[in-house]
Every structure is written in structure tokens, then in C-alpha cells.
Design a protein around this ligand. Structure first.
Ligand code: SF4
Length: 489
């Protein structure tokens, strides 16, 4: 059975048994967590910033129609085109028609989760337009023909050695030993693609309604090249990315890089207002080396803003779930999630992984298709603490679980008789404090009995088989939490 055919449990088991993946995930998430912690510690007003960001998002999402109209009007004033796409197919159709009308045969793309969400590359390829991912992580994923496994670090699951082997196989280059060699190969290959592509497709981190500005943050410079070298720039933007005012960026541009990569600021922040203007020198240089572009006059530069719904208005209509549209796709909730840390992004089976993915994937794809995801959470709350816009992810996950069960889905159930019996016993005891305390004493005693060297291992208790297959449960020490709490007080 291949990866795509497996269910969440099957994919998770495969991930847990992959030692290389486990090492890559641990190293990457540990690094991001400690970088973020340091970056946040340097901002004493962090909680106030979070609260302000949440207020801005709440206000914007509650008045989305107004701000989207304002954004569209401003973009048109700058000379840009605006297309309202209801579905992912609409986006694909628009991009393909535009490419055909302008004779474009290759497109450079910069990391855009929105286009990953709708599998735009497949649509372009099927129409004979060659898409080339230019973000290093996305380039690696495209060569490997895989899905990204993290919102901001698509190839987080790959080690340097795996990437070197992939490059050697697909690009027919020597086996690189150092990271610098790998990036040099990618840079050399991609430079020609930038110069020959007739169109650049990006997403957007923010779209400012009052000025019609598209804001993109990055570290590699590939977004700059994708938006400034080809004649046509298409920004595919989810409708939730709009922010009302330019000054709101002062909040979000402080929160996003610190939460995502632990940086104070990313290396590049681009503010784009309509089509590119002609720049002497740069223009001549690009045109002299470009095959598809030739000499362009200013009127030939185009900017197209594609505002994509693709299920977002359905989320907007649900008052409880609307909060998930506040997400600024920083990836912090993924890094701190104990489930994501162990299974990685691809095991989730959809483009958005981690806690936010477990919320938005069922909402965008349907409860039937992705209804098992809200159950892939320990509800520990680390995701909410890390979220720069304070989305109450555990609450949303719980509410979604209820929706999934109300819809009659057969998910979130114990997988064997012993686990089912244990869960039923737990459900009965938890409603009766005295029985719960007695059962706790019994379970603690049993756990101590089957433990070895202070650990309960999988062979010990059949009901805990799945829970202890990949980790040991520490044997209980001392009394119950409530007993210890009483003593402390
Ligand atoms: S839910 Fe919050 S923490 Fe997670 S990606 Fe979105 S903004 Fe970042």
C-alpha cells in the first residue's frame, strides 16, 4: 500500500518507524522552538502585540467583504487586474488562459501554500505550461515529486544527504557534500529559469486594503526575482490574507518572522503596488540574457491579483470556525505540537499539517475526507500558546471532533477491544469522583507492577499497546495529582 492510500494511522506508523525522518524532525523542530523562544523573549510587549493582531484579524474577517472590495479597487487603480476565483479550478483556468494568451510556456513560482492547496502545478503541467518552484525547499519537493511537510519549511523532513542524492539523480550533478554546494547547484539551475520564464506566480503574506499593496516576506530572494524578472506577475491570494491598513503591518511583520523562523526580520520584505515599473540598467541586463522576455516596454508589464475563496467563505459562515481564518501561516503551532514532532507533515495527508492543518483541512476538504485529523491532537494547548494571533486551536479541534461525530463518522474510536473497554471504563469513572479516585489508585498500582526501570513498556498493558509502542510511559510516582495538589495547599 503506498503512502497516499494509507489512512492517518497507517501514515503515522510509517513515519514513526522512519528513523531518518525522526532525526530530521527532532533536529528541525528543536531548532525552531529555541530560536522562537529567544526571539519572543526580546519583545517584552509580545502578549500585547498578539492581542492587537488578533483584534485586527477579528475585525477584518468580520468585515471581509468591505476590505476585499477596497483592496480590489486599489489594485485596479495601480493598473493591476483582479480576478475573483471561487474554486481552485477557477484559479488554474485563469492562469492557464493568461499564459496561453501571452504565449508563456514556463512559469517561475515562489513558495505559495495557496497554489499548493489547489495543486496548481498539476493543472499547469497538464496544459503544457512548465512550472518551476524557485524556493529551495519547494524546488527539492518538486524534484522529489512530494508534498511539502511544513508550512514554511517544505523539505523539513529531508536530510542534507538525501537532498544531495536527489540532486545528483535528478539534475545529473556530482554528489554535493556541503549545504553551500547544494545551494550553488540550485542557484545555477534556477537562474536560467528566472530569465526565460514569461510569468511569475507567488502567493502573498498580506494584502493591504487601503493601499492595494501585496506584501511578501522571504529569506532567499527568489520572490523578488519571480515578481520582478518576468513580464507578468500573478499573485494567488486566499481571501483571508487581507489587512485593512498599512500600519497594521507593523504588528504582523514583528510577529510573523519571530514566530516562524525565530528571526527579528526576514532578509527580504517586498511591497508591491501593481505591475512592475521599468528600471533602466536592470531591464537592459535582463532583456539581453532572456529568451522568452525580449525587450519589454512598460505597458507590457502586468500584475494580476487572483483572490481565492476555495472554501473560505464556508468557514466564514461558521461563527465558531471563523477564527481559523486569522491564521498568518507562520508554522509555529506545527513546531511545538507533540503529534507533528513525531509524524511530520506528510502523514496528515493534506497540504496543511499540524494543529492548524487539523482544523482547516477538514473545513476546506470536507469532514468526510479529512475528519480524522482533529483527533490527531493531545489537546495540550502548546499550539495556542505559540500562535501569534492567539487562535484557540484546542477549542476548535474539540468543536470539530463533535461535528465529525455528529456527522456519524467512524473516526476517533478505540481500535481494539482492550482499548475500547479501557475508554468505556474511563468514561464511567470520570463522572463519579469516588470511583475515579479508587480507579486511579488501582491503575497506579498496576502500572507500578508491570513497570521495569521506572517505565511502562508496550508489552506490559495490552490496552496501552498503541500508546506505548513508540515511547515508554513513565511509571507513576507518589499519589494522584489531586492528592499532591491537596498536600501542597
Ligand atoms: S494557527 Fe497560529 S501558530 Fe499556527 S500557523 Fe497559523 S498563525 Fe501560525
Amino acid at each position: 500500500m503506498n503512502h497516499a492510500e494509507q489512512d492517518l494511522a497507517g501514515r503515522s506508523h510509517a513515519a514513526l518507524e522512519d528513523a531518518v525522518l525522526q532525526t530530521a524532525l527532532k533536529s528541525a523542530t528543536d531548532t525552531f522552538i529555541s530560536r522562537r523562544r529567544e526571539a519572543v523573549a526580546g519583545v517584552p510587549e509580545w502578549q500585547a502585540l498578539r492581542a492587537r493582531a488578533r483584534r485586527v484579524k477579528e475585525h477584518t474577517i468580520n468585515n471581509l467583504d468591505y476590505y476585499l472590495e477596497q483592496l480590489a479597487e486599489k489594485v485596479r487603480e495601480h493598473g493591476g487586474h483582479v480576478y475573483w476565483a471561487t474554486t481552485g479550478e477557477d484559479v488554474g483556468h485563469y492562469c492557464i488562459e493568461l499564459a496561453r494568451a501571452r504565449g508563456v510556456t514556463s512559469v517561475v513560482k515562489s513558495k505559495s501554500m495557496a497554489t499548493e492547496e489547489i495543486e496548481l502545478n498539476h493543472a499547469l503541467e497538464a496544459a503544457g505550461v512548465r512550472p518551476i518552484e524557485t524556493d529551495l525547499g519547494e524546488y527539492i519537493i518538486q524534484l522529489a515529486r512530494e508534498k511539502p511537510s511544513h508550512i514554511i519549511v517544505p523539505a523539513i523532513h529531508k536530510t542534507r544527504e538525501q537532498i544531495a542524492e536527489l540532486f545528483a539523480e535528478k539534475l545529473k550533478c556530482g554528489l554535493a557534500r556541503e549545504v553551500a554546494e547544494i545551494t550553488a547547484v540550485a542557484r545555477e539551475r534556477l537562474r536560467g529559469e528566472f530569465l526565460s520564464a514569461g510569468m511569475g506566480i507567488t502567493g502573498a503574506n498580506f494584502a493591504v486594503a487601503e493601499t492595494g499593496t501585496i506584501v511578501l516576506v522571504e529569506n532567499e530572494g527568489n520572490i523578488r526575482l519571480s515578481t520582478q524578472v518576468p513580464r507578468i506577475h500573478v499573485a494567488v491570494v486566499g481571501i483571508e490574507k487581507v489587512v485593512p491598513r498599512f500600519e497594521d503591518l507593523s504588528v504582523f511583520l514583528r510577529l510573523l518572522p519571530r514566530s516562524g523562523t525565530g528571526q527579528k526580520q526576514t532578509a527580504y520584505v517586498s511591497f508591491l503596488n501593481g505591475p512592475r515599473r521599468r528600471t533602466r540598467g536592470v531591464e537592459a541586463d535582463v532583456a539581453s540574457r532572456s529568451s522568452e522576455q525580449g525587450q519589454a516596454s512598460e505597458s507590457e508589464f502586468e500584475f494580476h491579483l487572483v483572490l481565492m475563496d476555495n472554501g473560505r467563505t464556508r468557514i466564514l459562515a461558521d461563527e465558531r470556525m471563523r477564527e481559523s481564518l486569522y491564521c498568518i501561516r507562520c508554522g509555529a503551532c506545527l513546531n511545538v505540537c507533540p503529534v507533528y514532532q513525531k509524524i511530520g507533515g506528510q502523514a496528515y495527508g493534506w497540504i496543511y499539517p499540524g494543529p492548524i492543518g487539523a482544523v482547516v483541512s477538514p473545513l476546506l476538504q470536507g469532514l468526510k475526507q479529512a475528519g480524522e485529523l482533529p483527533f490527531a491532537s493531545s489537546l495540550c494547548g502548546a499550539c495556542r500558546d505559540a500562535c501569534p494571533v492567539d487562535i484557540n486551536l484546542p477549542d476548535l479541534l474539540l468543536a470539530l471532533r463533535a461535528k465529525v461525530k455528529e456527522a456519524g463518522a467512524d473516526v476517533g474510536v478505540a481500535r481494539n477491544f482492550a482499548e475500547r473497554t479501557a475508554m468505556r471504563g474511563y468514561a464511567a469513572a470520570v463522572k463519579r469522583p469516588k470511583l475515579f479516585a479508587a480507579a486511579g489508585r488501582l491503575v497506579r498500582g498496576l502500572a507500578r507492577l508491570v513497570s521495569k526501570d521506572g517505565k511502562v513498556r508496550s508489552a506490559g498493558v495490552p490496552a496501552l499497546g498503541e500508546w506505548t509502542k513508540y515511547r515508554d510511559l513513565p511509571a507513576p510516582r507518589g499519589g494522584s495529582f489531586r492528592e499532591r495538589w491537596k498536600k501542597k495547599r
